[in-house]
Design a protein around this ligand. Structure first.
Ligand code: ADP
Ligand code: MG
Length: 638
């Protein structure tokens, strides 16, 4: 229980998120209105729905005593509509519940036990699915005889497969998870595992399937009744009213149109609400993570290119100017990269350090347009590589640069190497793609590369699949792939974080040696200041999407100017100084969708002064290429 008055986490609750979805709220309103009216039918001052009055036949809407008119037997249409809606809703809801319960149980049991149980159950389900399902429902009603109850039974039955298949799929993905294994090892019974471990995890799937099926069920019940197989006179549901009114469509169109409209509203309401529920239950849909990102990050419209500026000598290999990359998630804008500028000279090694979430990866991915769109977008700035602006470059040209002149080494190659191809083939593929040479030549070149990155028994290992290699070997493959096309710039995003300390040191040394031999520049991203000092010439310290300090490594190490850089450096253990206390930086980095004015580090800074919390603080030049975004640079806390 949170303490009274404690700040609640900022993530809005499910209800608030549903309310923000205007269409879903509209659907909910529509459904609730119709349902309330139908429920209230017995107490509303309306006529008896079954009392006929032949003298009052087919009165048009807005007649005296019958606001919506009467049908062919003189019965009050409003009253019949409300009572009919009750029947349709009840049948739809009950049929949905039956299908949900039976289908989910089948899915859970089949998914959990697998093997024979799964085969028997799911083949049964397949048999049900083999028939067009409305036809199957018709056949069932034909066999059982017409009537609402039989129609309901038929509709439940034909909808069971949808639940069974969805739930089984979700369950199969869960049974091999560690927490289910742990429950088994604890000796829990199968029933308890299904009920307590699996069911809560498949519940979103069940609710989503339910909400999207309800509309269908209402429509199907109406369909059967329309054909005279559902509700029998004098009882009426919306479908049978539509069926009766159909014959009068020319003379008295309102008799058929009104029940049709109610069906339309009901189905629209359930579907809009269902879509909204799905978004709420699966936030990945809203954030855009489930949509397939396009091949290159979107960039904001054309901007004036700085062509006429005096070019510095020598022009840098890479010049990033005021880069801004934002993520739009719902109504929130996350300023992951918020005005970053830096240069990388040919052959230079630049380190980017900062805590997790400071925007290092997004900066690096922006360079090659690898930030996923949606939700990411480069909204401003330019990235000049050998004089060409990479922002908004046509995909084809960008693809020639990716893996060619600029290579990227990812954190964990297990996630970026294709598990179904041998590593040799994958490295050879990048060579073929960029150098246009034949397969055999590319394989020969790959062998050389594997030897140069010191993979033992290189010829043999080329035929291995990624999962057959150790973490260190996989990262060597990653380095081989990056070096394959003699890049001018290598971007390495925490390439050794997934490795143990010894392997880490070896891989780093290898990367450094090979890079120097080839004369490639390096952007090295890490959260470890210690690694930067060994590998890099210059360092950029990032915090909350901005560079807060930059300068030559030796300079920044000796005299860190920004309190954040100082705190980061304090976290680096020094050999031979076991008494040095290594304190974590108190507090957490700010959320980049809600940055405070002034210095983003102010809330965690131990020497913060009132001016730190105001306005925009610029990066200040401290001489000798050293700069810091701090009003009081270099003042140690007393
Ligand atoms: P790091 O410095 O650890 O590499 P990142 O550059 O990966 O940090 O992320 C910086 C910020 O960008 C994160 O705090 C997050 O808010 C935002 N971000 C990154 N990727 C996404 C994404 N796919 N969708 C939404 N926000 C993202
Ligand atoms: Mg990262």
């Amino acid at each position: 229980m949170p303490a009274p008055g404690a700040r609640r986490p900022s993530r809005p609750g499910a209800w608030a998120r549903l309310r923000r979805n205007a269409l879903a709220t509209f659907g909910l309103g529509l459904l609730v209105t119709i349902a309330l009216l139908a429920l209230a039918a017995p107490i509303l001052p309306i006529a008896d729905p079954d009392v006929t009055a032949v003298a009052q036949r087919l009165l048009p809407p807005f007649s005296d005593g019958a606001i919506l008119g009467t049908d062919q037997l003189g019965r009050d249409l409003l009253s019949r509509l409300l009572w009919g809606t009750r029947v349709s809703l009840a049948v739809g809801v009950i049929a949905t519940l039956v299908a949900t319960i039976v289908g989910s149980l089948i899915g859970l049991v089949a998914g959990y036990y697998g093997k024979l149980v799964d085969n028997v159950l799911m083949r049964g389900i397949d048999m049900l699915m083999a028939f067009p399902y409305l036809l199957l429902a018709l056949a069932i009603v034909a066999a059982l005889g017409p009537g609402l109850l039989n129609a309901m039974f038929a509709i439940s039955l034909v909808n069971i497969p949808f639940f069974a298949r969805a739930v089984r799929g979700a369950t199969v993905g869960l049974v091999s998870r560690e927490y289910v294994d742990a429950a088994r090892l604890c000796g829990f019974s199968d029933l308890r595992i299904i009920a307590a471990e699996l069911f809560p995890n498949v519940l979103p799937v069940i609710v989503i399937t339910m909400s999207t099926t309800l509309g269908w069920m209402i429509l199907e019940t109406a369909g059967l009744s329309f054909l005279g197989l559902g509700a029998q006179p004098p009882q009426a549901d919306l479908g049978s009213m539509l069926g009766d009114g159909r014959k009068l469509i020319i003379n008295a169109p309102h008799v058929a149109t009104l029940p049709g409209l109610v069906i339309l509203f009901l189905v629209i309401g359930t579907n809009l609400l269902g879509d909204g529920l799905r978004d709420v239950l699966d936030p990945r849909l809203k954030s855009g993570a489930m949509t397939r990102p396009v091949a290159a990050t979107a960039a904001a419209g054309t901007q004036e290119r700085g062509g006429g500026q005096g070019t510095p000598v020598p022009p840098p290999l890479l010049s990033v100017r005021d880069l801004q990359t934002h993520f739009t998630v719902g109504h929130e804008v996350y300023r992951a990269v918020n005005g970053v500028s830096f240069d990388v000279q040919a052959g230079e090694a630049v380190g980017i350090v900062g805590e997790s979430g400071s925007g290092k990866s997004v900066t690096a991915m922006s360079i090659l347009g690898l930030v996923p769109t949606p939700p990411g977008k480069i909204v401003g700035g330019e990235i000049l590589f050998q004089g060409t602006d990479l922002v908004g470059l046509p995909l084809r040209e960008l693809q020639n640069i990716r893996g060619g002149k600029i290579a990227y080494i990812f954190q964990d190659p297990l996630t970026t190497l294709n598990p179904l191809f041998t590593v040799g083939v994958q490295v050879a593929e990048t060579i073929q793609r960029h150098q246009g040479i034949g397969r055999a030549a590319a394989m020969a070149r790959t062998l050389e590369l594997f030897e140069s990155v010191q993979i033992p028994d290189a010829k043999d290992r080329m035929g291995a699949y990624p999962h057959q290699l150790s973490g260190g070997q996989r990262q060597r493959v990653g380095i081989a792939m990056a070096l394959a096309n003699e890049p001018d710039l290598i971007i390495a995003d925490e390439p050794t974080t997934a490795l143990d300390v010894t392997t880490q040191a070896e891989v780093l040394r290898l990367l450094d040696t090979l890079r120097r031999e080839k004369g490639a520049a390096l952007i090295f991203i890490t959260h470890d200041f210690g690694v930067v000092s060994e590998l890099c010439d210059r360092v950029l310290v990032m915090y909350a999407g901005r560079i807060v300090e930059s300068g030559p490594v030796a300079q920044v190490f000796a005299e860190p100017a920004h309190p954040y850089a100082r705190r980061l450096l304090d976290c680096v253990p020094i050999l031979g100084q076991p008494e040095r206390s290594i304190d974590a930086i108190p507090g957490l980095p700010p959320a980049v969708n809600d940055l405070p004015p002034g210095c983003a580090f102010a809330p965690r800074c131990d020497q913060v002064a009132p001016p730190c919390r105001e306005g925009n603080i610029e990066l200040r030049d401290l001489g000798a290429g050293h700069a810091a975004r701090c009003l009081f640079p270099g003042q140690a806390a007393s």
